[in-house]
Design a binder for this molecule. Sequence first.
Ligand code: MN
Length: 253
Amino acid sequence: MVFEFVDFHCHLDLYPDPEEAMAECVENGVYVLAVTTTPKAWPRNKEMTRGFKTVQAALGLHPQLVAERASEIDLWEEYLPQARYVGEVGLDAGPRYYRSFDQQRLVFKRMLRACARAGGKILSVHAVRAVTAVLDMIETDLPSTRGRVVLHWFSGNQTEAKRAVKLGCYFSINSEMLRKHRSLEMVAALPMDRLLTESDGPFIQCNDRPTKPNDIPIMVRELAKARRSKPSEIAGVIRRNLLELVSEERSWC
Ligand code: MN
């Protein structure tokens, strides 16, 4: 598998031309996890990424959509045997979504249990104002021997980060996480062997336009600065972490 950079959380299907966005990643050597927000998008994403080793589709049901789409958990579960990667899933207790929080918890619990039963799944998890709840549920329902969690846009404090590390979680870091002093400090203290990068495109802006997986090198430079390391070293560490995470030979698969 040949790639230089890693974008472990990108909504490729939400760009105006997803096929073109994907071709650009392949051409530029960016490994991409194409997350989805509803299981209805799964067949299309799976088809688009078929045959590509460095672009993988993930089966999702976004917590922000659970209020209107909770019933799609049945479809999500039906597709799960076809998917090795799961996301975007998780919990969101932010002001716009806390009303559906109980429903989100039920859906997320069902997902974690289904993943634990199946084994070998890799999840990209959203946790907004719900870090403790997400970690509690991972601890109860998805042991690290049954699946792996990558916390996307992790917004917890250092204590919560340490707990996540103990639970076996990885962290996909995006450019927004490097903007604020508090989260920058948290990122700088994470163990090197749990770091990945993500764009969360097209939701994050870069130079006044929606960011793309191609912007990952810019972020790697910033991350290297925060970690007092060289961009080439950080990029190498992230490549190794990705290969370790997705390796088929892992004992838990
Ligand atoms: Mn996202």
